[in-house]
Design a protein around this ligand. Structure first.
Ligand code: ATP
Ligand code: MG
Length: 221
């Protein structure tokens, strides 16, 4: 599996009758690292949720390596190689870290889990702890590791650093950078901390009221 190219054209979407995305067009090359920026409420999470098939789409196209994602339901999108780590860090609080990593998987590929632990050594130390005992940063590592175990070709990370201490943020960003540098996945990151976003990304997209208002490299800004 190799990194996927993402091509979004004139995407409009929202919730019920409420339009949030007002015609988003966006092109991300395979193995690209794109930071999506914008103030609270401009539609960053809605964009990711729409790529993942979790909102109401009114029009436009989402192509992953030329395949139309909008024709697929959420689980078909995941099978096609989409990995989505949402903003809310959903984990199973009464399962251990290791059970969380395996949840929903039929087989338990030991090699994969060691890979996840290599990326986040803290998770290995805490593998017998319950999900509910984890710090926010550890929960973020856990949800990210779970998604990575699905071997996505396109990874969406929605504000993974939100509310976390700087030392954990550095650890997470180092892991994301390492992941992206394998070239095995294309990464889109929503991030409010400009320094972290610019250090990570080779491209920046700025949203305002459901529209792309600027796109370029971090150096252009
Ligand atoms: P933040 O930086 O705070 O995470 P965001 O850019 O991710 O903001 P969204 O969460 O996409 O913004 O929200 C965009 C708009 O959509 C907001 O007005 C929000 O209230 C609305 N919205 C978000 N989720 C829902 C939902 N499930 N149902 C209805 N409206 C929603
Ligand atoms: Mg959001």
């Amino acid at each position: 599996m190799s990194a996927a190219k993402l091509e979004i054209t004139e995407l409009t979407a929202g919730y019920g009758q409420t339009r949030i995305l007002e015609g988003i067009s966006l092109s991300v090359p395979a193995a690209g690292r794109t930071a999506v920026l914008g103030r609270n409420g401009v539609g960053k999470s809605t964009l990711f949720a729409t790529i993942a098939g979790q909102t109401r789409r009114y029009g436009g196209q989402i192509l992953m390596d030329g395949q139309d994602l909008t024709a697929m339901d959420g689980s078909a999108r995941a099978r096609a190689g989409l990995g989505f780590v949402p903003q809310n860090r959903a984990i199973f609080k009464s399962l251990t870290v290791e059970e969380n990593l395996f949840a929903g998987l039929k087989e338990r590929p030991r090699g994969d889990i060691e890979e996840a632990y290599a990326m986040f050594p803290r998770l290995k130390e805490r593998r017998r702890n319950m999900g509910g005992q984890l710090s926010g940063g550890e929960q973020q590592m856990l949800t990210t590791a779970r998604t990575i175990l699905g071997r996505p070709r396109l990874l969406l990370l929605d504000e993974p650093l939100e509310g976390l201490a700087p030392v954990i943020c550095d650890e997470l960003m180092a892991a994301f950078t390492e992941l992206a540098s394998t070239g095995r996945m294309t990464v889109l990151l929503v991030e409010q901390r400009l320094k972290a976003a610019f250090d990570f990304a080779d491209h920046v997209v700025i949203l305002e009221r459901g529209k792309v208002v600027w796109t370029g490299t971090p150096g252009d800004l």
